[in-house]
Design a binder for this molecule. Structure first.
Ligand SMILES: Cc1cc2nc3c(=O)[nH]c(=O)nc-3n(C[C@H](O)[C@H](O)[C@H](O)COP(=O)(O)OP(=O)(O)OC[C@H]3O[C@@H](n4cnc5c(N)ncnc54)[C@H](O)[C@@H]3O)c2cc1C
Length: 291
């Protein structure tokens, strides 16, 4: 199918983008176009105006400090995947991006576009959630920062207002002793996940888990933290029985109804397995160099 008719506007500054959003009621930001254009083609959205932000130079920047990685809204997914300093600072991004779509799509698609699109089965929103990251947003009233916990509201729905633009997403640098792992189950490589899980944890010198953040995708109407599984892991040695208990507890978080990909029972089984497998992988990596 072809998209409905729309006006196209290319802006060169953030200020012009904000003005264009304020001027036109029915608008959509065009970043990499890898989700927006299919959405238009299927008539799932019919904005009158597309605002192309790809030529705003400041949105293509990546900034690394000792504590935070800030990824501009026009940084392509593939750039993040190949960035060696990002891999050192927070290796979960590279591991996760290998599961996102296909290489040609990651060449065009932006990391921020995936967060803005907020597909409940998309991998990157679950990672932002597990990492405790945030998005930076600019609107007519200036800039605000939205924590991942508050950003994702529902499938394809975020806290972003129609007159706001996301300028960047920030992920914390993982401490050197952190363990991390991302895993998912999809019907074919490159598909959205039936279920996926991002695990970040820390283990102290006596072998106890001191911190555990688990974010999951594909199991509810938005990405979710697996809080009960986290509670079971924290304060315990990550022996098989504890990891199994965390996997079992995660089943309760599945809220997605039966669909053409999986039944509720199957998704619960997949999630429990993913939690067990990836907590064990993360625990094995805790304290190891970010290879
Ligand atoms: C065949 C195929 C398979 C795919 N498989 C997967 C997959 O397995 N996992 C996955 O996560 N994704 C998948 N994707 C989606 C892909 O990751 C997209 O590139 C990404 O979701 C959107 O990024 P984009 O830059 O292309 O955004 P666009 O398509 O340009 O925009 C997406 C949405 O976000 C809004 N938006 C974008 N940037 C901003 C901004 N800075 N501020 C405010 N709003 C903004 C747009 O208005 C639009 O509503 C797939 C896509 C295709 C075509």
């Amino acid at each position: 199918m072809k998209p409905p008719q729309f006006e196209y506007q290319r802006v060169l500054t953030i200020e012009d983008a904000i003005e264009a959003l304020a001027t036109n009621e029915s608008t959509a930001i065009l970043a990499g176009g890898q989700s927006l254009i299919p959405t238009l083609n299927f008539r799932l959205g019919m904005p009158d105006n597309l605002i192309d932000i790809s030529r705003i130079p400041s949105l293509s920047q990546i900034e690394l400090t000792e504590t935070e990685i800030t990824i501009g809204a026009m940084v392509r997914q593939r750039q993040v995947e190949l960035h060696d300093d990002i891999k050192q600072a927070n290796p979960i991004l590279r591991e996760t991006l290998a599961h996102v779509a296909h290489l040609v799509i990651r060449n065009r698609g932006t990391l921020v576009g995936s967060l803005a699109h907020a597909d409940a089965a998309a991998e990157l929103p679950a990672v932002l959630l597990a990492c405790g990251g945030r998005v930076v947003v600019v609107g007519p009233n200036g800039e605000r920062s939205i924590a991942a916990d508050d950003f994702f509201r529902f499938h394809l729905t975020t806290d972003l207002k129609p007159n706001e633009l996301i300028t960047a997403a920030s992920f914390p640098v993982l401490p050197p002793d952190a363990g991390w792992a991302f895993g998912e189950m999809a019907r074919r490589r490159g598909d959205y996940a039936i279920a996926g899980v991002c695990v970040i944890l820390r283990i102290d010198s006596s072998g106890n888990c001191t911190d555990a953040n688990l974010g999951a995708c594909g199991i509810a109407s938005r990405p979710v933290r697996l809080l009960e599984a986290e509670r079971i892991l924290i304060g315990n040695r990550l022996e098989v029985d504890v990891i199994d208990a965390a996997g079992e507890a995660a089943r309760e978080a599945v809220q997605a109804p039966d669909d053409n990909q999986a039944s509720l029972a199957y998704r619960q089984q997949v999630l429990a397995t993913l939690v067990r497998r990836n907590v064990a992988r993360a625990a094995a990596r805790a304290g190891a160099p970010h290879e």
